[in-house]
Design a protein around this ligand. Structure first.
Ligand SMILES: [Zn+2]
Length: 284
């Protein structure tokens, strides 16, 4: 049984392939296998809700992603988010977070950023804190994206209420040294197979020291494809020439993480199934 703790199946780039992906996923993940589909802006929340309605393996998450904080959004977006959570007890908050990479490192024309205005860290923080508060008040799972911004995120997690069940740091890119404090604050950490790239040694080191009861696996599909040798599932390139990542590559996350930690894959899968249910709540 496989669990993808973080992807974006609502993304328009995978829309032409949805039926095929659903068939592949059902076979691969097995009965009880699930994925958490994360919205990024109020515009894509209806697509997330539709996927959760259509497929029993989809758990919906709704959030305003740091890359989308600079995009226009409805004035009542936060009330819309609260209403989505209150309408569905399985819904979680995500993807939310903080990202300084878009400000200090991303190329001005990076196509992944879609030409959206890049919001300052202060603006991102305001949106993050408001969404974290909704999750904490309802004790819902919350999925956090943090890139080049742990110096901002850590003080917030120390000071602000977080959900009693904890929070997920997706594609955890922080250091091994700060893992113990994050565990104490309630963190779960999801492993993305893009980290199997030999140049990502520091990220692999962090995943060797994370306690096994806080581990999850993810694909972030259609983003973050694994290195070619780990890619078991492929999708044809879109109009931009880029091939979207396939959620079936969750296989690489399990195989890669099991190898990294020196444990049997079946043992890891059983542990992650427990962790997934403890954090995201029981299946329907
Ligand atoms: Zn994501």
């Amino acid at each position: 049984m496989l669990h993808d703790a973080h992807n974006h199946l609502q993304d328009e780039t995978v829309a032409p392939h949805l039926d095929r992906i659903a068939a592949v996923w059902s076979e691969l993940a097995g009965a009880g296998g699930e994925m958490v589909v994360n919205g990024t802006h109020p515009d894509d929340w209806p697509r997330v809700a539709a996927l959760a309605g259509a497929h029993g393996f989809v758990r919906p998450a709704y959030g305003l992603h740091p890359w989308d904080v600079g995009a226009p959004r409805p004035a009542d977006w936060l009330a819309q988010l609260a209403a989505r959570l209150d309408a569905d007890p399985r819904a979680s908050v995500g993807e939310i977070g903080l990202d300084r990479w878009i400000l200090d490192s991303a190329a001005p024309d990076d196509p992944r950023l879609g030409g959206v205005r890049r919001a300052s860290i202060d603006e991102q923080t305001e949106a993050f804190v408001a969404q974290l508060a909704l999750a904490a008040a309802r004790n819902r799972p919350v999925t956090i994206h943090c890139l080049h911004a742990f110096d901002v995120l850590l003080p917030l997690l120390r000071e602000l209420p977080v959900p009693a069940r904890g929070f997920l740091l997706h594609a955890y890119g922080g250091s091994a040294q700060q893992v113990p404090e994050l565990v104490g604050l309630g963190a779960y950490f999801s492993f993305n197979p893009a980290f199997l790239d030999r140049r990502k040694g520091a990220r692999q080191d962090a995943f060797r020291v994370i306690p096994e009861e806080r581990l999850l696996c993810e694909t972030d599909a259609p983003a973050m494809p694994p290195p070619p040798v780990w890619r078991t599932h492929k999708l044809p390139p879109g109009a931009d020439g880029v091939a979207p990542n396939h959620p079936g590559n969750i296989e690489a996350a399990y195989a890669g993480l099991a190898a990294l930690r020196g444990v049997a894959e079946a043992e890891l899968a059983a542990r992650i199934a427990d962790n997934f249910t403890r954090f995201f709540g029981p299946a329907r």
